[in-house]
Design a protein. Sequence first.
Length: 284
Amino acid sequence: MRARLALAFALLGLASSAVFAFPTVAGAGESLLLATTTSVRDSGLLDDVLPGFREATGVEVRVVAVGSGAALRMGAEGNADLLITHAPLGEQELVASGAVVSRVPFMENHFVIAGPERDPAGVREAATPADAYRALAAAGAAYVSRADDSGTHRREQALLEEAGLDPARGWPGFARTGSGMGLTLQVAGEKRAYVLSDLGTFLAFRERIGLVSLSGAAPSLRNVYSVLRVSPERFPAVRVEAARKLEAYLLERATQQRIAAFGSESFGRSLFRPLSPSAALEGP
């Protein structure tokens, strides 16, 4: 476990992220390492749901918050016990490789293209997200990208390609942070720039950054989060029982209801929508 935690801290140094330990109850020794996308941390969701897991099971959860790409690589190398990511194609590839034994979608929201209220590039008038990106490029608008191989960054690249734009080139005014969603939103706010964000983190930061959502719901902006359990057959050091417990906890009715309610009191609406599992859990 020490080697896995050392790698986790190294990844955090590269990704400007942080490790959060939710201490176990006295006398319990079970623990796990959760590699997760930064959006569930930056939105505050983990702080809301994980204490209940600790109290119910006594399991200590060490959270490594990185982009989905980095979290998936940790899973591929057996350097985590459980993953929460929102990069469906990468997740499916990891399942096919045998590095993880299950992938269960458990909640969703959508991505938003946010920007200054006056909207100089005319994103509000765009018929589709791809049209919005064409408008941003044509205007040479100030734009901030995470550029960190996260699920959000991967979706941004797909939207740029759909718009006929080169994701590697951007346009004058296109900036990259290489950081998580919270920091990227703050940079966008300071620059009065446009940005792609998951809804949950955007709402959590909206008042601080002074940007508004300019895009409507669209199929290409759907954002699904899944929990993936790393294979104990491929990686014998995986804390399989602890991972099973957290996976089951996230799918429990009470937890799903808590996810559905999260954000309603502070933001007037839920930040995530729970998803009923489409199939029973499987795997060793």
